[in-house]
Design a protein around this ligand. Sequence first.
Ligand SMILES: NC(=O)C1=CN([C@@H]2O[C@H](COP(=O)(O)OP(=O)(O)OC[C@H]3O[C@@H](n4cnc5c(N)ncnc54)[C@H](O)[C@@H]3O)[C@@H](O)[C@H]2O)C=CC1
Ligand SMILES: O=C(O)CCC(=O)C(=O)O
Length: 423
Amino acid sequence: MGYIEPAPITDKENPFESMMERFNIAAEKLGLDLETYEVLKSPAKQVIVSLPIVMDDGHKKVFEGYRVIHSNTLGPSKGGVRYDLDVNLDEVKALAAWMTWKCAVVDIPYGGAKGGIKCDPSVMSKGELERLTRAYTVKMYEVFGPDTDIPAPDMGTGPQEMAWIMDEYSKAQGKTVQAVVTGKPLVLGGSLGRVEATGRGVMVSTMEALRKMKIDPTAATVAVQGFGNVGSNAAKLLAQKGLKIIAISDHTGAFYNLDGIDLREASEYRATYKTLEGYTGGSKITNDELLELDVDVLVPAAKEDVINNKNADKIKAKLIVEGANGPTGAKADGILHKKGIVVVPDILANAGGVTVSYFEWVQNRLGYKWTRDRVNRRSDRIMKEAFERVFSVADKHNVSLRIASYMVAITKVADTYKLRGSF
Ligand SMILES: NC(=O)C1=CN([C@@H]2O[C@H](COP(=O)(O)OP(=O)(O)OC[C@H]3O[C@@H](n4cnc5c(N)ncnc54)[C@H](O)[C@@H]3O)[C@@H](O)[C@H]2O)C=CC1
Ligand SMILES: O=C(O)CCC(=O)C(=O)O
């Protein structure tokens, strides 16, 4: 375990700085005192581990793993684990801070954390991924725990990785500890509704925003960037509400069909080939072109900084609902605002995932299982209430939904910190 300086990020906006730009604006609007400002902006703990793994061909490869705990003020820290080649300390720091603000916006009793391993899971075998996940868990024994820090899925990870984390952690404890991780398979104590939860929250946020904007959802068109857990479920649930999904994409490219993408066919294609590459249900366009389509709603559900100061003025959507964390760089905020584009920010729009993770943790601790209907009803209510809270702050202070979300979150964490006096 150790501490290092942030890796330089070259041509992209640094995600931590992007987070801080918004945090600074909101802190200033709130008149946050300097002491609380310093505490809230600084990550509580940053852990970097080296993970030597025996690959299938017998050679040893060393991977780098991270876990950043941004805050424990509201409760145990919570946040996903990402497997991706772009993982670096500044990205994980930003993602951890966003988790703090996200949990506070939806008012669940968690602090924020995030983890990641710099790797390309698409070229690794199941055995290699299992050894990597178990090695990461072993190095994080002292960090993870149902009352301290609770991981979950993020980009490149899913229920299987969460099962390995639970199993490896439980081995060390000499008993099964389901609540150490969420997003588990159902048979291991996962919650009904968790797989779709983030996409469902994106759908609820979209419907709330369209209602405020007086746009008829059944006449609205949508482009979704990223067809993984968040993007594919958001697309499916929005289509069920009558919106027409006219473009989808993954890392290999984008597909456009003005008559509407057949989402069942696209999901089956992705399940078979693990990618949309070669999909024929739409004309091939680039990911950049997808972002610039003339649609009512744009859902970026892949990576950070895809909407930036280079392309923000070309965005034509009326509404952007951020399924991904940090898809809009801070430098694009002003450009979008000037164009009158409404943005439902990540820390609000994609909070459905952590909300149902919280329900999973509660169920594990109760030793009880809720029905899918109860999970969905409760998470929809939490998402709608959070949207209303943010909307009224935005209205009152004449700020964007993003700055209003930060204001709601900072107020909650700052008030709690002041009452506690430490942490
Ligand atoms: N899984 C979850 O519950 C939550 C995920 N998120 C965020 O949502 C985003 C997506 O996460 P998941 O859907 O879980 O990941 P995933 O790994 O299931 O899917 C990611 C998708 O994005 C695509 N992609 C990757 N790079 C791309 C690029 N440059 N252009 C277009 N598409 C690209 C991939 O091909 C894949 O279709 C991430 O920002 C993640 O942090 C946020 C809240 C919860
Ligand atoms: O479900 C969780 O605990 C966290 C999911 C996550 O990583 C996120 O919301 O970005």
